[in-house]
Ligand binder design. Structure first.
Ligand code: TXA
Ligand code: MG
Length: 340
């Protein structure tokens, strides 16, 4: 694959490749996306082939502006426009009813479609140059850690895609928040770059996650109100090759000592000064990556940190568990999946 910059000429080349049905990875404020013409089932099929992703998994359609929503969705509720007004461009994906011209290849065969307007200037320029919608899942192989730099994308795909546009490191670093607006009340399908509180400010209530209150096993299957399939909710998602273990701060020292005594090599993603200090005593086969203390900065550094830890080919990646506070919800979600 060739790496492009973000000059007008480079973006024209990228848009031409997309129009011809090719694959172009591009930066967004959340993670890099693997883009294809969303109106072309053949182009979208190439995304699934490159990722090794099952064809029944829906992909998000990226748009230059909310004004294009009616091209992709039908029966758009007022709340969708209110959320779009408040948070687009930005890290929010809305699940809406599928428009008649939206290929089923994009929606994984479902009658709903995920759409978002990204805020990364290069993504917006590319979308404007291209003109239509770009189907784009995160630009990683199925089940792996999402890429937050162009170099990560090259690592993932080599020559299997046409271009990656280098727009630097992603600012948010975690995927968009996904909100399902196809039922009575908005539901949070995936925590992400936009917090529950921010959504609540516009919705007037906190959106709940479908799994937060699972129906009893003997309850009749919900029909209209069923949660759409969202592979980002598979437990094994976002995982490095190396086993990841989440450990609470007070247990770090003893866990690390236990690994040491077994001769296991450990990469530690440390969050607190306590952790950094306590590992000094353990020594031995231990590599420490210090993570930023603020949730936002931690999120931006997480995927690169996991990749870096993975590249050390230790026996285990130990991650110091961040606090169970709202600001950490998306980070905790990804960490628990990486360690599942
Ligand atoms: O931040 C992001 O959202 C990034 C950037 C590239 O925009 N994209 C991303 O795409 O994370 P992907 O494919 O890795 O994750 C998209 C998630 C999946 O969990 C998918 O199931 C869900 O969105 N999704 C897409 N369309 C859906 C639909 N119609 N119903 C339910 N979930 C949907
Ligand atoms: Mg993904």
């Amino acid at each position: 694959m060739a790496v492009l910059g973000s000059s007008a000429a480079d973006l024209r080349a990228a848009a031409a490749t997309l129009r011809a049905g090719g694959l172009v990875a591009f930066p967004t404020e959340t993670v890099y996306g693997l883009g294809a013409d969303a109106s072309s089932p053949q182009a979208v099929a190439k995304i699934f082939a490159a990722k090794g992703r099952p064809a029944d998994h829906p992909v998000i359609v990226h748009l230059a502006s909310a004004s294009q929503l009616p091209d992709w969705a039908r029966d758009i509720p007022d709340v969708a426009w209110a959320l779009a007004d408040a948070f687009w461009p930005g890290p929010l994906t809305l699940i809406l009813k599928r428009g008649p011209n939206t290929p089923l290849a994009v929606t994984g065969g479902q009658d709903t479609v995920g759409v978002r307007v990204p805020s990364h200037p290069v993504a917006l320029e590319l979308l404007n140059e291209f003109g239509g919608g770009l189907a784009a899942p995160s630009a990683n192989r199925f089940g792996r850690v999402s890429p937050t730099t162009a170099a990560h994308v090259v690592e993932e795909f080599g020559d299997d895609i046409d271009y990656v546009i280098d727009g630097g490191a992603c600012g948010v670093g975690l995927e968009s928040t996904i909100v399902d607006l196809t039922a009575q009340r908005a539901r949070l399908l995936r925590p992400g770059g936009l917090s529950r509180e921010q959504l609540a400010a516009v919705l007037g209530y906190e959106p709940q996650s479908p799994l937060a209150n699972p129906a009893p096993a003997d309850a009749p299957a919900p029909s209209e109100d069923i949660a759409p399939r969202a592979p980002g909710t598979l437990e094994s998602h976002y995982a490095p090759q190396t086993k990841v273990v989440l450990v609470d701060t007070p247990h770090l020292e003893s866990r690390l000592a236990a690994y040491q005594s077994r001769g296991a090599t450990v990469a530690l993603l440390a969050l607190s000064e306590t952790a950094v200090a306590s590992v000094a005593g353990v020594g031995g086969q231990l590599r420490v990556l210090e993570m930023p203390p603020k949730a936002e900065d931690y999120a931006a550094a997480l995927y690169a940190g996991l990749r870096q830890a993975d590249a050390l080919t230790c026996d285990v990646i130990v991650v110091e568990r961040p606090p169970a506070a709202p600001a950490w919800e998306a980070v905790l979600d990804r960490l628990s999946r990486a360690s599942a």
